[in-house]
Design a protein around this ligand. Structure first.
Ligand code: ATP
Ligand code: MG
Length: 221
């Protein structure tokens, strides 16, 4: 089985990788990916649902096939978007590190194209705690997008001190603000509130049909 929907590795100059738990995917993710694609002239954006992320141990993450399906449903109408199963195919006892994912895409695109890792303001500030972050910063560029509630002011300062050689590879992009998060959606579903217009209609219907996020206990955040 192919690891992502479109094995489109030909004639590619620049590719965006959008990592996330996508539990569930929402309009904030989609808006971000599309805005980055346009502003940076990317040929494609590959969504990479996390298998076993090291940073989300505090709550039970939904089954990966639910998260994968919702990500496919949300992205299917955009010809520039695809979804990778790379992290989902890894052994269940293996934590997924971003460096492994980026190494994989670096190898399949054969260094022919420029890789951009797309990340929200909250996640980008944590990069310096990620496994092998120096190698990561050397093989791909980062696009940090603004996200309501998370400032990017400290980013340049922090990198200037800890990893100045990475600064040219970090781009900051202001995107139309959407204060939607997966946490908010999970909470609203548990409280029986509408999530209409926060996620694509198909995703919202899928959540209801499959009974996802009904229990408040599932979210320890
Ligand atoms: P959770 O609330 O469970 O942490 P989330 O909404 O933060 O979920 P993730 O799957 O953790 O979603 O995020 C994937 C990536 O998308 C991260 O880099 C995150 O910063 C970014 N992101 C999520 N929501 C937004 C948003 N509304 N605006 C900009 N970036 C976002
Ligand atoms: Mg998050």
């Amino acid at each position: 089985m192919s690891l992502h929907q479109t094995e489109n590795t030909e004639q590619c100059l620049s590719v965006g990788l959008m990592g996330g738990t996508f539990d569930p995917i929402h309009l904030g993710h989609l808006l971000t990916a599309e805005e980055v694609r346009i502003q940076f002239g990317l040929e494609q954006v590959i969504f990479v649902p996390a298998g076993h992320p090291p940073h989300k141990n505090s709550r039970r993450i939904s089954d990966q096939e639910h998260r994968y399906l919702m990500t496919v449903m949300a992205t299917i109408t955009n010809p520039y978007f695809s979804v990778s199963r790379f992290e989902l195919e890894r052994p269940p006892d293996r934590v997924s590190y971003t460096i492994d994912t980026v190494r994989y895409f670096y190898a399949i695109f054969g260094g022919k194209c420029k890789l951009y890792f797309i990340s929200g303001a909250d996640a980008i500030l944590e990069i310096l705690t990620w496994k092998d972050y120096r190698e990561l910063l050397s093989i791909c560029s980062f696009i940090a997008v603004t996200r309501p509630g998370y400032g990017l002011d400290k980013l340049t300062e922090t990198f200037a001190v800890s990893c100045p050689e990475a600064l040219p590879g970090i781009h900051i992009l202001e995107i139309p603000a959407v204060a939607i998060s997966s946490t908010l959606i999970r909470r609203r579903v548990a409280e029986g509130k509408s999530i209409k217009y926060m996620a694509p209609e198909l995703v919202a219907q899928y959540i209801i049909k499959s009974g996802l996020y009904c229990s408040r206990d599932e979210d320890a955040v």
